[in-house]
Design a protein around this ligand. Structure first.
Ligand code: ZN
Length: 141
């Protein structure tokens, strides 16, 4: 199961669980996905979902990646606070210690993604498939 961030034509954001991207597209096409707020069947997938890990980089990423393959839903429900479109701002605040260190998840634009990478913010992308971690012995300080 994979979680996708969805949005209806009224702008309500919500999440749905699907086997994979194809399953999501099929269900949207068949109007099996409806907005929980207004019931609209005009639903689309919103851009990338991101999660930030408060831990120490790579190790946490690997742990998360493994968990992503096992029980993504539970892992995210238990460990990540949904900050929605405020993700980039919140991730930066945590990065610079202006906000409490914690796991957050949310959505972000491509521009924000680039900005976060530039700032060295430790985050990973989920929603389409678990991140593939290259074999690397690179150590972060
Ligand atoms: Zn709606």
């Amino acid at each position: 199961m994979i979680v996708f961030d969805l949005q209806c034509d009224q702008g309500h954001a919500f999440e749905g669980w699907f086997d994979d991207l194809k399953d999501l597209e099929t269900q949207i096409k068949k109007k099996l996905v409806a907005c929980p707020v207004c019931g609209s069947e005009q639903v689309k997938r919103v851009p990338s979902a991101f999660a930030i890990s408060k831990g120490r980089g790579q190790a946490d990423h690997e742990k998360a990646a493994k968990l992503l393959g096992q029980s993504l839903q539970r892992y995210f429900m238990d460990n990540f606070e949904d900050v929605g479109p405020k993700f980039a701002k919140e991730a930066l605040k945590i990065h610079y210690g202006a906000s409490e260190a914690r796991n957050i998840r949310g959505v972000s634009t491509e521009e924000e993604e680039k900005m976060l990478q530039k700032e060295g913010v430790d985050f990973f992308k989920v929603g389409t498939k678990p991140p593939e971690q290259p074999e690397s012995s690179e150590e972060e300080d």
